[in-house]
Design a protein around this ligand. Sequence first.
Ligand SMILES: *Cc1c(COP(=O)(O)O)cnc(C)c1O
Length: 470
Amino acid sequence: MRYISTRSGSAGAQTPAIGFLDAVLAGLAPDGGLYVPEQWPSFTREEIAAFAGRPYAEVAAAVIGKFAGDALDRDDVARMCAEAYATFTHPAVTPLRELHPNLWLLELFHGPTLAFKDVAMQLLARLYEKALAAQRRTMTIVCATSGDTGGAAVEAFRGRANVRIVALFPDGRISEVQRRFMTTAADANVRTVAVQGSFDDCQAMVKSMFLDDQFRRAVDLSGVNSINWARIAAQAVYYFTAGVALGAPHRPVSFAVPTGNFGDAFAGYVAHKMGLPIERIVIATNGNDILARAIEDGRYARGVVMATQSPAMDIQIASNFERLYFEAVRRDGVETGRAFRAFAETGSIEIPPAALASMRELFRGASVDEHDTARTILATFNETGELIDPHTAVGLAGAQRFALASGATPLVVLSTAHPAKFPEAVEAAAGVVPPLPRAGGGLADKPERFDRLPADVDAAKAYVRAFVGA
Ligand SMILES: *Cc1c(COP(=O)(O)O)cnc(C)c1O
């Protein structure tokens, strides 16, 4: 299986196609685009039907095997998936829970850091180790985090060979639970840094590290943000396990996905392209509603980021949307390159009518405000006894806008974080403090270790160089 850029041809020449492991280690393509498979792999109806009742790790190995092609042995893929999903505390890995008739929560938070980022990151770390050993290479991952990505990445990469990780987080702007998941790792290949600035400052620092060729080469810089292809591929797996548990491929299933960078929702598109019958995917945003507006009004236009109860989705540029756009313009790399280069300048794209119509065959968008988010947490608790986190509440409220659950098709809301990861918001809405489950045990007692830096890219580069010894 080869991977091509979404902007292929737009820089005057075709960007070369690359193999799976190179796509895993690559960030952006050299033309600024994102990598996607050259063709969509697919499963037959019989193959999908045979997933029913299989262990999660086996379905994962089948899906990842399709994307790896001959880049990895089947046995290696099976072993990596088995190890990655053994870190989850629930035997089903991502269990379904019925909330109302025909309306289900897909619990993606039973991994070591209690948010869905673990599903992809646990596998990604093992793919990195394999790819780096094969290439005899040591890389340095620098990641900016608004909370969940950093913890999941530190937990997945700590102690691994041939890779170091530096996580930058905005000092004082993430929850204590989120911070402790990063800062209590004692492994020698991990550094965590409290930056005296915002998440946007952290992200800008990482971006300018990538733009500095000399620095990038000196530390062999790598990124694990949500544009990484392996993360998307790993997230397609739970659409299959949930789908077959609810009757696919014999009947379709719909999903509602709380969205920020559009990675998780795009993984649903991938599962659909691979043959899973999905009737509808509702893209649910908080007040940072660029995606909901794009799908409903046809204009992808950046707004000003506002802070919400669901901070992992406080984003106004949804990086993975470029992959959907590329698909919707019939994989025209020149048009995709034009549109997204213009977006970088002007902050908006008018989606061509035919492309918008094709997006709307599968997707609808809903934006959920702060009041509705809190109301949904409370109503769910009162009606079902379940505490849900604010991101999940956005997904559920978005789904309810379309009253999909009243039809015959089962509706699955992706539950992306454990409520205990956002205790303040849950308590404010429902009046109950969600208890921290076993995976978070001892977190409060472990010593923390982190450094402090100003929001200054030169200081951060010097810090990373010193860590790496470059
Ligand atoms: C990252 C995150 C999201 C958003 O996922 P995207 O792939 O960026 O759309 C939603 N909920 C939680 C809890 C997250 O950590």
